[in-house]
Ligand binder design. Structure first.
Ligand code: SF4
Length: 216
């Protein structure tokens, strides 16, 4: 049987820039390709190119960094079906694994040990129509839901969706991020406080530290 492979853009170690493990040394495995085109995308370099790598080699490269946390990202990692196998293999190795998905693909085959960071695309992302709403049924408490907020309308929409879908009862972490250079972080912070919204405000640490330099 031939070994499973994946198209990979980069593997590197940095500090986790967001989610509940922010600031922790983490290996990032960035898979190539994405079926979406969000207006604020900061990883368009992962839309194409990359190299084909066997899962054994991905695991070997990951181990070199000696980190406990691994994040599988993209692009859209779940657009490659072998990603589900990679997630399971990483869990078997004993890593704390998360996968960052844009929300258009099916999360149900993902290993239950993985924390799924599920984006819900807002109206101003330009990709509202791609949200796969069936994913909400497969969320578990350890997963995380992320809204990237571009403007006040997005904020109101995200609040409404939280309520409508009962998201606070599905996961322990709901993350609100201001879209970089589109919405002032302090505006979003003030809205959350004014409304006593029970969400985690987050600002991407890697952008503050390295201003989007590749490899972070
Ligand atoms: S889903 Fe993520 S990688 Fe894909 S276009 Fe949107 S922001 Fe970029």
């Amino acid at each position: 049987m031939s070994e499973s492979t994946l198209r990979i853009t980069e593997i590197f170690c940095s500090l986790q820039g967001e989610t509940r493990t922010v600031g922790l040394p983490t290996v990032f495995i960035r898979l190539t390709g994405c079926p979406m085109r969000c207006v604020y995308c900061d990883t368009s370099y992962a839309f194409s190119g990359g190299e084909t790598v066997g899962i054994d080699d991905i695991l070997a490269k990951t181990a070199e960094y000696g980190a406990q946390y691994v994040t599988v990202s993209g692009g859209e990692p779940l657009a490659q079906k072998n990603c589900y196998e990679l997630l399971t293999r990483l869990c078997d190795e004993g890593y704390q694994v998360s996968v960052e998905t844009g929300g258009a693909m099916d999360i149900s085959p993902a290993d239950s040990r993985v924390s799924v960071v599920l984006d819900i695309k807002t109206p101003a992302s330009g990709e509202l129509g791609k949200n796969r709403w069936q994913n909400i049924d497969y969320l578990k408490p350890d997963d995380q839901i992320k809204f990237v907020i571009c403007d006040r309308n997005d904020y109101e929409w995200a609040r409404f969706k939280m309520e409508e879908l009962g998201l606070a009862h599905k996961v322990n972490e709901i993350l609100f991020s201001p879209s970089h250079k589109q919405l002032k972080p302090v505006e979003l912070a003030n809205w959350i406080l004014e409304d006593k919204l029970q969400v985690r405000f987050q600002q991407q640490l890697h952008k503050l530290l390295w201003d989007d330099e590749p490899g972070h």
